[in-house]
Design a protein around this ligand. Structure first.
Ligand code: NAP
Length: 267
């Protein structure tokens, strides 16, 4: 039986890149998105094509749900359980940038609440529910044996977890929180055999970075990242596949920087 992954925010950008990479390795998918149904449909279709090209037949189901809403998270898990019965991998990818990049001394509480609800509270309580599901299905008789016995959870954080950008403090705080969330769930779930990992993307070419493309083009050209190019959703997809396929069985709570070397300090 094929392993199944639940990916949040899989319609576009990094989530789409992760979905395509897993599909090519024969993973069935539950693809969550918020609003952009046509993008989600295109991703599902492309996942099937990637899988077929690699000789796999997979399932790719779409589930619309706003990760910041308690009701939607509940519905997402119920629907995923109906569709797949089991979850071998949860990728907490869905996230937003502030609508307006506002200075720390001006930024609004509305933006703060929205960022924290989507980027921090959403994945926290979704992971709580999915971890319970993973534990339930590993002990219930009658559920087919997992091809890979260790379920895994991945959080997509950001270089903003440790980089102070004073024009989007709410985003930085949410991502610093995701880093601690990784440690917390890793510590709690190790005894259940569930590995938990954090991927910290650098500057990745997606719709999220579209509005600041020229600024980042310049910074990258000037050497902001030792590897002088934009990251791609494929770069993140490769990292998730390595984790998903069990390349790190004696690691948990580990942080993977996929950032062109941005995190290096140099003299
Ligand atoms: P993106 O291109 O804007 O795509 C965002 C995805 O998240 C879309 O699939 C969107 O669904 C979904 N989404 C947004 N709000 C949601 C909600 N409330 N509930 C469920 N899904 C929701 O963003 P991205 O650049 O791929 O970013 C993905 C993740 O990587 C985020 O957590 C982001 O913070 C992180 N990240 C990005 C970068 C970067 O440079 N791009 C760097 C570091 C970290 P719809 O299509 O339905 O709107």
């Amino acid at each position: 039986m094929q392993p199944t992954a639940l990916i949040t925010g899989a319609s576009r950008g990094i989530g789409r890149g992760i979905a395509l990479a897993l599909a090519a390795r024969g993973w069935s998918l539950i693809l969550n998105y918020a609003r952009q149904e046509s993008a989600a449909r295109a991703t599902a279709q492309d996942c099937h094509a990637h899988a077929l090209a690699a000789g796999h037949r997979i399932e790719a189901h779409l589930v619309a749900a706003d990760i910041s809403s308690r009701e939607d998270r509940g519905r997402l898990v119920v629907r995923a359980r109906e569709l797949a019965g089991r979850c071998d991998l949860l990728v907490n990818n869905a996230g937003i940038a502030p609508t307006v990049r506002a200075d720390l001394l001006e930024a609004s509480e509305e933006s703060f609440d929205q960022l924290i609800a989507t980027n921090l509270k959403g994945p926290y309580f979704l992971t709580q529910q999915v971890a319970r599901w993973m534990i339930d299905t590993s002990s219930v008789p009658g559920i087919p044996t997992r091809p890979n016995p260790a379920p895994r959870i991945v959080f997509i954080s950001s270089i903003s977890a440790y980089t102070a950008s004073v024009n989007r403090g709410d985003y930085c705080l949410s991502k610093a929180g995701v880093a601690m969330m990784t440690s917390l769930f890793a510590a709690r779930l190790a005894s259940a055999g569930i590995g938990v990992y954090e991927i910290r993307p650098g500057i990745i070419a997606t719709d999220m970075t579209g509005p600041v493309k020229e600024k980042y083009d310049r910074l990258i050209q000037d050497g902001l990242t030792p590897i002088r190019r934009w990251g791609t959703p494929e770069d993140i997809g490769r990292a998730v596949v390595a984790i998903a396929e069990g390349a790190f069985p004696f690691s948990t709570g580990e942080v993977f920087n996929v950032d062109g070397g941005f995190h290096l300090r140099q003299l």
